[in-house]
Design a protein around this ligand. Structure first.
Ligand SMILES: [Zn+2]
Length: 373
C-alpha cells in the first residue's frame, strides 16, 4: 500500500521514498510513499520529477499509486519533486468547487452531480432546471464573501457510519476522509485542498448551459480567475479603443452597429436586384437578333463562383427574352460559366423534357470544353 503524503501534507513539494516495484521496463514505478496526486474525483494528476526523471502520469490503483515515468530510474532511493504551480492551481480550483457547490445548494437547493477540472476552466453540473443570470451573480457574490471571511478548511477522518452532516452521502464504508469548510460544508473527498477559503482567491462564474437535464456552471478560481479577468479586460479594451469610447458603453455601440449593418445589407441586396433588372433590360435592348431570330449575349466572369448579382441578372433577363442562350464560342481562360435556359419560356419550341435533355447536353459540352481549354 502506498502512503499518500498529500492527504495530510498537501503543501509538501519534495519527498524521499523507496521504489518497491517497477514494471513496463522500469517506466511504471511504485513507491513506499508519495506526494504525487493521482487523477481522481475530477482533479487531474500531479506532474513533476522523480530523481530528475519526468513524471508523465499518476494512476490511482486503489491500494497503490503508480507513477508513469519518461525513462526508467537508475536507483531505488529516490527524491520526488512536485510541480507546485500546477498542484496549487488544482488546490485552488478544487477547494473553490467545494465552496461553490455548498453555496449553490444553500441558496438554490441545487446539488452538485459532477465536477470536472479542465486545463483552462472547471465545471460543475448541478441538479437544477435552470439558473438565471441574477442567481448566478448572487452565488458568485456569496462565494466571494465566504472567501473574504477566510474560513478554515480542515481534514478529519471519521467512520462512515458516524459521519454526520455531509453535503452528499458517501457510498463508502469504513474510514472517510472529510474535508470541512468551517460553518459551511462537510464533504467526503480524497483530493488536495487549500488551508483556508482566502487562499482560493477570487471566484469567477462564467458560462451556464443545460446539459442532460442538469445545469453546467463554468467557473475559475484564484490565479485562473485573475488571468481570465485580465484577458477579458484586454479584449474589451481593444473593442473600446476601436470605438474610441469607454468600455462600459461598448455593448450598446456594438448592438447599434449590428442593427445598422443588417439594415445596410438588406438595402444593398435590394439595390443589387434593381441594378440587375436594369442591366438585364439594357443587354436585351443592345443585343441584335441573328438570322435565326435568336439574340445571343455572353458575360465573362474572371474568377470565383457565380456571384449573387449575376444570378439576379440572369433571373431578370429571363422574363424579357423569348429565346436566350449563353454559349462558349472560343476557348477562354479561365473557363466560362454557362447559364443555360431552364424553362420552356426561353425555348418555347421545346417540351420541358427536351429542355432538360438539352440542358444536360449543354452541361456535358461545357465540361468537355473545360477539359480541352
Ligand atoms: Zn475535494
Amino acid at each position: 500500500m502506498t502512503e499518500r503524503l498529500y492527504y495530510n501534507q498537501p503543501e509538501l513539494t519534495g519527498f524521499q521514498a523507496i521504489v518497491v516495484e517497477s514494471t513496463e521496463g522500469g517506466r511504471k514505478v511504485y513507491l513506499d510513499r508519495t506526494a504525487f496526486y493521482p487523477s481522481s474525483g475530477g482533479q487531474p494528476h500531479d506532474r513533476g520529477e522523480i530523481n530528475g526523471v519526468a513524471v508523465l502520469d499518476v494512476v490511482d490503483e486503489e491500494d497503490r499509486v503508480a507513477h508513469i515515468l519518461e525513462t526508467p530510474l537508475a536507483q531505488p532511493e529516490v527524491e520526488g519533486r512536485i510541480d507546485w504551480k500546477r498542484r496549487f492551481d488544482h488546490m485552488q480550483q478544487h477547494t473553490g468547487q467545494h465552496l461553490l457547490s455548498a453555496v449553490l445548494e444553500e441558496m438554490y437547493s441545487a446539488s452538485t452531480v459532477s465536477f470536472h477540472m479542465g486545463q483552462d476552466v472547471s465545471t460543475i453540473d448541478v441538479d437544477a432546471a435552470a439558473l438565471s443570470a441574477e442567481q448566478l451573480a448572487g452565488a458568485e457574490r456569496r462565494a466571494n464573501d465566504l472567501v473574504f471571511e477566510n474560513r478554515p478548511v480542515t481534514v478529519s477522518y471519521e467512520d462512515a457510519s458516524e459521519a454526520q452532516g455531509l453535503r452528499k452521502a458517501s457510498g463508502r464504508t469504513g474510514t472517510l476522509r472529510i474535508v470541512s469548510i468551517a460553518g459551511l460544508d462537510r464533504s467526503a473527498c480524497g483530493g488536495t485542498h487549500v488551508s483556508a477559503t482566502g487562499v482560493i482567491g477570487p471566484i469567477l462564474l462564467r458560462k451556464v448551459e443545460k446539459i442532460r437535464g442538469n445545469v453546467r456552471v463554468e467557473f475559475l478560481c484564484g490565479g485562473r480567475a485573475i488571468d481570465q479577468a485580465r484577458a477579458d479586460f484586454d479584449a474589451l479594451g481593444e473593442i473600446a479603443r476601436a470605438f474610441s469610447s469607454p468600455a462600459a458603453q461598448t455593448p450598446a455601440l456594438v448592438s447599434q452597429l449590428l442593427a445598422r449593418s443588417q439594415e445596410l445589407e438588406k438595402s444593398k441586396r435590394k439595390l443589387a436586384t434593381e441594378l440587375a433588372a436594369f442591366q438585364g433590360r439594357q443587354l436585351y435592348e443592345a443585343t441584335a437578333s441573328g438570322d435565326d431570330g435568336l439574340r445571343r449575349a455572353s458575360q465573362r466572369i474572371i474568377s470565383g463562383g457565380i456571384p449573387d448579382e449575376l444570378r439576379a441578372f440572369a433571373q431578370k433577363v429571363s422574363p424579357l427574352v423569348r429565346k436566350r442562350f449563353f454559349s462558349p464560342s472560343a476557348p477562354i481562360r479561365p473557363p466560362c460559366c454557362w447559364l443555360p435556359p431552364a424553362t420552356a419560356e426561353f425555348m418555347p419550341e421545346m417540351s420541358s423534357n427536351k429542355c432538360s435533355t438539352r440542358a444536360a447536353a449543354a452541361a456535358a459540352a461545357t465540361r468537355n470544353w473545360r477539359k480541352a481549354a
